[in-house]
Design a protein. Structure first.
Length: 90
């Protein structure tokens, strides 16, 4: 099954396990990372540049912070896979 069947939006990354992410190729992981960032970046910009009365702190916590966590989750998996690859080459 392609990751695209499981991950339609950045928030779907929250529902997949780290083990599943580790089973994906670097290309797939980078595609997922781009997907999550493409959803996070406009929201973060909207919060940063918008009227503070329209975007209270809990708005950021609800919409942007979860995507930040997912970006870090995918980055951690990529880094771990790179480290495992380096160790296996030694």
């Amino acid at each position: 099954m392609s990751y695209k069947e499981k991950i339609q939006t950045g928030y779907d990354v929250e529902d997949v396990s780290v083990e599943y992410l580790k089973s994906l190729s670097f290309s797939d992981l980078n595609s997922i990372l781009r997907l999550v960032k493409s959803e996070r970046d406009p929201l973060a910009k909207e919060y940063r540049d918008g009227d503070s009365l329209c975007y209270p702190p809990d708005w950021y916590d609800y919409y942007v912070f979860p995507l930040d966590c997912l970006v870090n989750k995918v980055k951690d998996v990529i880094e771990e896979k790179e480290n495992e690859e380096e160790q296996s080459e030694e």
